[in-house]
Design a protein around this ligand. Sequence first.
Ligand code: ASP
Length: 429
Amino acid sequence: MTFKKYIFKNLWLQVVISLIVGLSVGLILGDDVGMGIDDENLDFATSYLKIPASIFVSLIYMIIVPLIFSSIVVAVNSLGTTEKLKTLGLGVASYFVITTTIAILVAVFLASFIAPGNILDISALQESYDLSDKDMKINEGFSLDDIPNAVANIIPKNPITSYLEGQMLSILVFALIIGLSMTAIPKESSKPVLDLLESIQKITLHILLFSMKIVPFAVFGLIVGMVSKIGLESMAGLGVYMITVVLGLGIMLSVYLIILKLVAKRPISQTFSKFRNPQTVSFSTASSMATMPVTLKTAEEELKIDNRVSKFVIPFGTTVNMDGTALYQVIAVFFLAQLFSIELSPLAILVIIITSLLASIGTPAVPGAGTIVLSTILITVGIPPVGILLLLSVDRILDMIRTMVNVTGDLTACCVFDKITRNKIIDKK
Ligand code: ASP
């Protein structure tokens, strides 16, 4: 494959290139080291450069609700399909909720402690992107008085109103209730709706993959604007944000080591070295779904997991268990909240925790999906989703690492449930 073809095939490389070119053009246009073009002309140029970004944000708004709704219902139904394993299913689901909650709490701690968003100046984004007042409108923070209302509103009285008003948490809870109810009724009754939702999921995913093609241009416009007006230091916060995410993901890997040792009772280094193949594939593809065949093979052939366990835990985990993604999403939300100077009250943090738990279940296991689904949490807390573009400019490397953590989490779960169920299944033989 020629280098040109390689670039065309790899979106992440296009984003990296547009980031570098955007940085250079921004420096040339700006007055730090470059030509120092006057503000009026610069504003004119940026107003054109921001067109791809606006199109991208609109496309994401358009598909996010059907995408995440269908993904959650389909994911929950994958739990119900394996009738025989219903008991194992509940145990595995609870385990996934626990590990994802640990990941989220690690993220809340790191993001509050390091506060990466306080380093980058909001004016950088505001000025360069010429955000309208509407974009910058920040929802009122939550207060204690809001708790009764907030709790009551989580269950949507009218799902259509929740949709129209962008009450994402209610939509996620609605999806969960529908998904769980579908597993409780006979399969022939739920199948038509499941088929329809699977089809909606595929269609919206297709639009998502298509809209990702705009990202290199959107990132280029955003970065040129930021760097030309503010200079290179505007990018420093992004570095600290990336370090915070990588640190959090490293902590999650250590949590898995502890679980392997204490719960699965496996030798740490020997087991971890057997994770190597799926870890490498997930790192290079940034997709847990694409890695799934290798993950399954490793679980059965290298880790000698009972295949009744692996055949359930790996596909189910690939779809719903994304500790790396949840951790990343929470750090990203805090980063953007700090960037937009949005005070996060304890209730808002609680809402972020619940929303990100559900959002990570609804994140499709494909490259970059975690960042798109992030818009769900941003809308809930009232953070302008345009900030996503800033994150997308440095997303690929974080996506590779968090996908590797997602897959490691699934393999660890396999080891845990192999240990827990081994005796039970053997007893039943
Ligand atoms: N790429 C991730 C995965 O496939 C999802 C994400 O974007 O976080 O697991």
